[in-house]
Design a protein around this ligand. Structure first.
Ligand code: KIV
Length: 271
């Protein structure tokens, strides 16, 4: 029997409690108030304002050029649409890697200017001291290891991580280092299902998988991908729950046809 959505506001402290209770955590991305409201009403536990918006909304090749101002703009929009789910905003490339002071200041700006309840930073053991400093400033942090899209060029492309034992051990150590630094959850992206299950068992905080199989404590998907709006993107891990790209083309095509034929607006749609 699936657990119904929690009807009170979800907080970061609920995440480890969800894991202890064996309740799987549902996360989805959103980039504006309209979809923030719809996914909140659908009962998700958390809404991630992902820097994937730089690809799926802004049409860029990678997430690297997303800026702090853009993430704040979209984060504030989403926050205005969401009443119950936890809102997490991605920190964009180069806003937290340069120094701990910059990381605290930039994460703090996101919290102050969007009203979100948490931020997400990419990177494992190498980011642990930064995560510790941000958490110590009172800012909840979600970690992100495995395929970390901001490092796509260092990783040699969007490829599955941790396929050999050395890589797998490194990813498990990354998860442990982030947990010790104080994250409330960790995204595991693009890794073998057995490794994601191993990391999930090793950690007390929940893991949120994407392309990491069924052994994680929760899942996240990019909303336009799961809705079938981004119909040119079809990786193996993605399941589409709707085919809205075709619906959009059909509806806009029907509108265009009626306008051209003079069938819309008709008397019933006029004052
Ligand atoms: O930017 C994003 O949407 C993400 C998810 C894919 C986890 O980081």
């Amino acid at each position: 029997m699936p657990t119904p959505p929690q009807d009170t506001a979800v907080t970061t402290r609920d995440f480890p409690a969800f894991k202890r209770a064996g309740r799987r955590i549902v996360v989805v991305t959103a980039y504006d108030a309209l979809f923030g409201r719809l996914v909140d009403e659908a009962g998700v536990d958390a809404v991630l304002v992902g820097d994937s918006l730089n690809q799926v909304i802004a049409g860029r090749e990678t997430t690297l050029s997303a800026t702090l101002e853009q993430m704040i703009y979209h984060g504030a929009m989403v926050r205005r649409g969401v009443r119950r789910a936890l809102v997490v905003v991605d920190m964009p490339f180069l806003t937290y890697q340069v120094s701990r002071e910059e990381a605290i200041r930039n994460c703090g700006r996101v919290m102050q200017e969007t009203g979100a309840q948490a931020v997400k930073l990419e990177g494992g053991a190498a980011m642990a001291d930064t995560v510790r400093a941000v958490v110590a400033a009172g800012i909840p942090v979600m970690g992100h290891v495995g395929l970390t899209p901001q490092s796509v060029h260092a990783l040699g492309g969007y490829r599955v991580q941790g396929r050999d034992e050395e890589g797998a051990a490194r990813l498990e150590a990354d998860g442990r280092a982030l947990e010790a630094a104080g994250v409330f959850a960790v995204v595991l992206e693009l890794m073998p299902a057995a490794l994601a299950e191993r990391v999930s068992r090793a950690l007390v905080v929940p893991t949120i998988g994407i392309g990491a199989g069924p052994g994680c404590d929760g899942q996240v998907l990019v909303l336009p991908d799961l809705l079938g709006l981004n119909d040119r993107f079809a990786p193996k891990f993605l399941k589409r729950y709707a085919e809205l790209a075709g619906e959009v083309r059909r509806a806009v095509g029907a509108y265009a046809d009626e306008v051209r034929r003079g069938a819309y607006p008709d008397a019933g749609h006029s004052f």
